[in-house]
Structure formats: structure tokens, C-alpha cells
Design a protein around this ligand. Structure first.
Ligand code: HEC
Ligand code: HEC
Length: 459
């Protein structure tokens, strides 16, 4: 009896132990598999973005040789400007109108492209190429996640009507028809092919992944007295009034307490006197903005990304950020429908520079944020598959160049600039060396953070 019950107890204990082991195995496989699920969703998103990036920079859609990256350059904040254009060889596809006889007339204006960075757009249709066109600057495609939605539907392009339904997807299709065609007949399947649904998914995912994913929350505890004063004027509803239309220096408006999203205004940019292209003999029809025929309004662009992405406004009319802020003190704005609505804006020279200094610091902070993110991402790409680590580091160098430039141009925060220069050197070394890449990137991140601490109190 004794022996029998002992054996039974022994068997029972073995069962309990076996059940516990089984439980542990089940629990850990559950954890592992849920992690696999999680990481595979992230991996799928990453793969889609990578596919979109390849399409953006390499896919010509059987057209004239251009890609999206021909105008939205990774080295120039996904836009383009005259200084960058001047560095390109004559056979760059940007210049197709100069070497492809079929595109010689009514496709681009090479003079205005080279001198002012202007691109020809038939936003009101292709039925009168000689007379119906506008000349516009190339906007960056950063922070689109924050700058497209509005209660009236998505708004893309300078006038918000760059595609029939305003979405990024149909904007990409429209860009192919406008910019990629081999001849002005624009016959699908002959002059170019249209992107497939899967390609549009990837292009959209890539573009939405660029830049800021959310708006700031102003005011920031800035350290420099001038940028800090600039921020106050920017936010003041009775002085700068900027925050009414660029809430948190983003691309949404809030008038009378109602959040209006990314909407359109006629701020009188078209009425500026002495616009650079008008000083040439070239034909530059007025740009009527949103709709066909247009109502003279344009879409609010985000300002965090502004300081390093000039020239400014839809027509590249103004070259410096100080000039762009000064525009709001002029007659063109004050007599415009938007200026009248707000009873005008009156700024003095010191105030214009202070607001611009604020926008420069915001831009440098965004460059620092982006650089740190790129450096961190590059560190994740480890041997034996470093993949695009080099490319991420190169983008971090461009971002750092921009933060140095926007601060230096206005003599702001020289000590922070020294740290940014150190960060740039370390990042360049990380590009050249495979083995110490990780530790060099970590040191570059530390320098970026030291620069940031000189611009803003830790929050
Ligand atoms: C020849 C130069 C050029 C090429 C090539 C080009 N774009 Fe653009 N892009 C522009 C210009 C100019 C605008 C402004 C258009 C407007 O205001 O409607 C613009 C605007 C945009 C915008 C709107 C951004 C915003 O803030 O609303 C997006 C998105 C965009 N392009 C994506 C693309 C994609 C995707 C491709 C490739 C399929 C492409 N572009 C090819 C010149 C170009
Ligand atoms: C009534 C709304 C409104 C107000 C107020 C306003 N803006 Fe704008 N802002 C716009 C619109 C719309 C555009 C695009 C105009 C265009 O391109 O024709 C713009 C464009 C800009 C640009 C050019 C950005 C670029 O990427 O080209 C800057 C810089 C700017 N605004 C700064 C300011 C500042 C600084 C203030 C305050 C002094 C201010 N804005 C007040 C609506 C407004």
C-alpha cells in the first residue's frame, strides 16, 4: 500500500513537472511568435518603403529618362534649387528639354529652370500648351504626413489641386504624365507607362516616411534671446499672426478657434512687384491657383522645413527666409484677401529678423532630430548586411550641412555650430570606415545632442 501510493505520488509529480515544462515551452513560443508577427509587420512596412524609394529614384516609367528623384533630390531636402541645378551635368534628365528635340517647345523653360529653379506645370490641362501653363518651384516632400489632410479632402501641390482627388497616389500618376513623357502627345503606353496600384502603394509609403511624422507643440523653451522673441511674435495673434495659418509652424490653419486643416488662402504672392522671372523676357503667365479656372488661392506649406528649402512661395519669388517673412509686412500681402481678413500685418526690421531667426532654429532642430534618427537607423544595419547604412549616413551629413548653414547664415548659436561640425566630421568618418562605424555614429549622435542643448532647454 505504502509503496503503491508513493509510486502514484511520484507519477503525479512527474506529470506536474511535465505540464510545467510544456507550459513554459508554450508561453515562450507564444511570445516568440507574437514578436515574429510584430517584427514582420514592421519588416513588411520597411520593405514597402524601400520599394517605394527604389521606384522614386530609379523608375523612369518607360518615359524620357526622368525619375521622381530628378526634381525631388535626396541631397537637396527632396526638392531642388538653382544652386544645386548648377552642379548637374548637361545630360542630366532634368534638362531633357535641352537635348530631346520632341520636348524642345512647351515642355520646360530651360532659362527659368536654370536661373530660378522653376518647372513648367500644365495644372489647368494639356489643351493649350503654348498659353496654358504656370511656372512653379519644386516643393520638398518632407512631413507630408502632417501637411496633406484637410476637411475638404487631401491637398497636394502648391495650389492644393495638383491631382484630381488631391491624394498623394494620384499626384504621383499626374507627375508621370506631366514630367516623364517622351513627346507632347502624352499617349499612355507609348510616351510613358502609368504606375501600377502596387507601385503607387510603395511610392506613397516612401513619401509618407520622409521627415517629421507629427507636428511640434509650441512654444519651445528656446535659449537664444532673438529666436525666442521671434517665437513670441510668431505666436502673437495681434502682431505676427503667423500661427493662425501655420499652427505650430506646420501647415494647418486655426482661425476663430476652428481647426481648418491644410487649407488654401490668397495671400497676394502673385501680386508681388519685380518677381525675378518677370524681369526677364520670358513668358510667365499669371498663376491662378486652386481650381479651373483658379480662385487665386494657394495651399499652406509647413514652416519647420522652410529655412533650408528656399527659394520661397509657389513661384520661388523670394530667395531668403528673411525676405519671405518680410513679405507679410508688404502691400501685396496687406491688400490681399487674406491680409484684409486679418486686418493686415505690420512688422519692423528687427521683428522680421527675429521671426526668421526662430524659423532658422526650428529648422536646425528638425535637422538635428533627423540626423540622430538616421545615425541610429544606420547603426541598426549591421555586418554582414550593412545594406543602406552608408546612404543613411550620407543623408545625415546633408541634414547636418543644412543645420550648420541655416544657423551660420544668420550668425546664430556659433557654439552649437562647432558641435554640428564635429558631428559632421564623425559621420563622414563613419561612412568611410566599416569597422568603427558604430562607435563613430554614437559619437556623432552625442555631438548632435550637445548642439541641441545649446538651442533649447531639455523638455
Ligand atoms: C520635373 C520636375 C519634377 C518631377 C520629375 C517630379 N516632380 Fe513632384 N513636383 C514638382 C513641382 C514643380 C511640384 C509643384 C506642383 C504643383 O504645385 O502642383 C511638385 C510637387 C510634388 C508633390 C506635392 C508636395 C506637396 O507638398 O503638396 C508631390 C507629393 C510630388 N511632387 C511627388 C512626385 C512624385 C511621386 C514624382 C515621380 C512620379 C514627382 N513628384 C516627379 C516637380 C517634379
Ligand atoms: C492667411 C494665412 C497666412 C498667414 C497669416 C501667414 N501665412 Fe505664411 N503662407 C500662407 C500660404 C497660403 C503660403 C503659400 C503661399 C504661396 O506660395 O503662394 C505661405 C507661405 C509661407 C512661407 C513660404 C514657405 C515655403 O516653403 O515656400 C513662409 C516662409 C511663410 N509663409 C511664413 C509666414 C510667417 C513668418 C507668417 C507671419 C508673419 C505667415 N507666414 C503668416 C499662409 C499664411
Amino acid at each position: 500500500m505504502e509503496q503503491g501510493s508513493q509510486r502514484k505520488r511520484g507519477i503525479k509529480r512527474t506529470w506536474i513537472i511535465l505540464a510545467m515544462i510544456l507550459g513554459v515551452i508554450m508561453l515562450s513560443t507564444y511570445q516568440v511568435s507574437s514578436q515574429v508577427l510584430l517584427s514582420s509587420a514592421k519588416d513588411r512596412e520597411r520593405a514597402l518603403i524601400a520599394k517605394g524609394e527604389r521606384l522614386f529614384f530609379n523608375e523612369t516609367f518607360n518615359g524620357n529618362g526622368r525619375t521622381c528623384g530628378t526634381c525631388h533630390r535626396a541631397e537637396a531636402n527632396f526638392g531642388i534649387n538653382p544652386a544645386f541645378i548648377a552642379t548637374l551635368p548637361d545630360d542630366d534628365p532634368l534638362f531633357v528639354a535641352e537635348f530631346n528635340p520632341d520636348l524642345k517647345f512647351n515642355f520646360e523653360n530651360p532659362k527659368l529652370m536654370r536661373e530660378f529653379g522653376l518647372i513648367l506645370e500644365n495644372v489647368d490641362g494639356f489643351n493649350d500648351l503654348e498659353n496654358k501653363f504656370v511656372m512653379r518651384g519644386v516643393p520638398h516632400v518632407l512631413s507630408l504626413r502632417t501637411s496633406v489632410a484637410s476637411p475638404q479632402g487631401p491637398r497636394t501641390g502648391w495650389s492644393g489641386d495638383g491631382s484630381p482627388d488631391g491624394t498623394l497616389r494620384s499626384f504621383a500618376t499626374g507627375a508621370v504624365i506631366q514630367h516623364f513623357t517622351k513627346t507632347l502627345s502624352r499617349v499612355r503606353g507609348v510616351d510613358f507607362r502609368l504606375p501600377t496600384e502596387a507601385e503607387l502603394d510603395a511610392l506613397e509609403a516612401f513619401m509618407l516616411s520622409l521627415g517629421r511624422q507629427q507636428d511640434l507643440s509650441l512654444p519651445l523653451p528656446l535659449k537664444g534671446v532673438v529666436p525666442k522673441r521671434g517665437q513670441e511674435i510668431f505666436l502673437d495673434r495681434n502682431v505676427g499672426k503667423c500661427n493662425l495659418c501655420h499652427v505650430n509652424a506646420g501647415a494647418t490653419a486655426s482661425l476663430g478657434g476652428a481647426n481648418l486643416g491644410n487649407i488654401n488662402f490668397n495671400t497676394g504672392v502673385e501680386d508681388l512687384p519685380d518677381q525675378p522671372p518677370d524681369l526677364t523676357d520670358e513668358k510667365v503667365p499669371p498663376d491662378d491657383g486652386f481650381g479651373r479656372p483658379g480662385d487665386g488661392t494657394f495651399n499652406i506649406p509647413p514652416l519647420v522645413e522652410a529655412a533650408d528649402t528656399g527659394p520661397f512661395f509657389h513661384n520661388n519669388a523670394i530667395r531668403t527666409i528673411e525676405g519671405a517673412v518680410g513679405f507679410y509686412d508688404g502691400d501685396s500681402f496687406n491688400n490681399s484677401p487674406a491680409g484684409q481678413l486679418l486686418s493686415g500685418i505690420e512688422l519692423d526690421g528687427t521683428q522680421i529678423e527675429a521671426i526668421a531667426a526662430f524659423l532658422r532654429v526650428l529648422n536646425a532642430l528638425e535637422n538635428i532630430r533627423a540626423s540622430i534618427e538616421l545615425l541610429e537607423d544606420s547603426a541598426e544595419r549591421r555586418f554582414p548586411d550593412p545594406g543602406d547604412a552608408k546612404e543613411l549616413l550620407e543623408r545625415a551629413v546633408h541634414e547636418t550641412d543644412d543645420s550648420i548653414r541655416v544657423l551660420t547664415e544668420a550668425g546664430l548659436h556659433p557654439e552649437a555650430v562647432s558641435h554640428l561640425q564635429a558631428a559632421k566630421r564623425l559621420t563622414q568618418q563613419a561612412i568611410d570606415r566599416l569597422f568603427f562605424r558604430h562607435s563613430l555614429a554614437a559619437k556623432a549622435i552625442a555631438e548632435q545632442k550637445q548642439a541641441r542643448e545649446l538651442l533649447v532647454e531639455p523638455s
